[in-house]
Design a protein. Structure first.
Length: 224
């Protein structure tokens, strides 16, 4: 079966994105986890997975889990690409804060014709990341670049910060006060053992971040 984006409904795209997020480590995505992620009932997820499997977008085994097919991975990447382009439009052209763009993008991204998405991307000067700092995949991409948590870095590592839209607002404000926002470059100066804090160089100042908070921050590691 050849991948046809016109086959996909809003529900299909959201399900594909959720499957991709939950199966990035190589494991199958489980129905319960998908239902929780999508905030729908397990029965609704099961029906969606059957539809995707029938059209060749997923390999689904009841009571076990689901994996994306080749076409399914392409469709998931295309859906993620569209979401992040729309987020960038909301942030860059309409002035919304990065942590508002995620919520608003989902309200109309699925209604855009492909040609509008393509023109938005060009009008935005072909951005490489969304406002959260996560990469915008190429149109034919099958995988997303690795984005480890900040807590996984070692002293001397330099990286660029990315924050999920689901980050708790109080955590966002705490990080903002330290200058830790999407797109900011940080250097790990010290890493204390046994899940201890990290000392980071941010904007010319040393900042200390606990391991729990550091695990909620994702990064694009820069080459040495």
């Amino acid at each position: 079966m050849t991948y046809d984006p016109q086959q996909l409904t809003r529900s299909d795209r959201e399900t594909l994105k959720a499957i991709y997020r939950l199966s990035k480590d190589g494991h199958e995505a489980l129905t319960g986890a998908l239902a929780e992620s999508l905030k729908v009932s397990p029965g609704t997820v099961t029906a969606a997975l059957k539809r995707l499997a029938e059209r060749g977008f997923a390999d689904y085994t009841p009571y076990k889990g689901v994996e994306l097919s080749r076409d399914g991975r392409r469709a998931a990447m295309a859906a993620i690409r569209r979401h992040r382009i729309v987020e960038r439009f909301l942030s860059d052209m309409l002035g919304y804060a990065w942590n508002e763009a995620d919520r608003l993008a989902g309200t109309f991204e699925h209604e855009l014709p492909q040609e509008v998405e393509d023109r938005l991307f060009v009008a935005l000067h072909r951005p490489e990341t969304c406002p959260h700092g996560f990469p915008i995949p190429d149109p034919q991409a099958m995988e997303m670049p690795e984005m480890p948590p900040l807590s996984a870095l070692e002293p001397g590592d330099v990286a660029v910060v990315a924050l999920p839209g689901s980050t708790d607002p109080e955590v966002v404000q705490f990080l903002e006060n330290m200058g830790l926002r999407p797109g900011v470059e940080v250097e790990v100066r010290e890493k204390h053992p046994f899940d201890g804090p990290l000392v980071l160089r941010v904007g010319g100042k040393d900042r200390t971040v606990g391991e729990k908070i550091a695990s909620q921050i994702f990064v694009r590691k820069k080459s040495a």
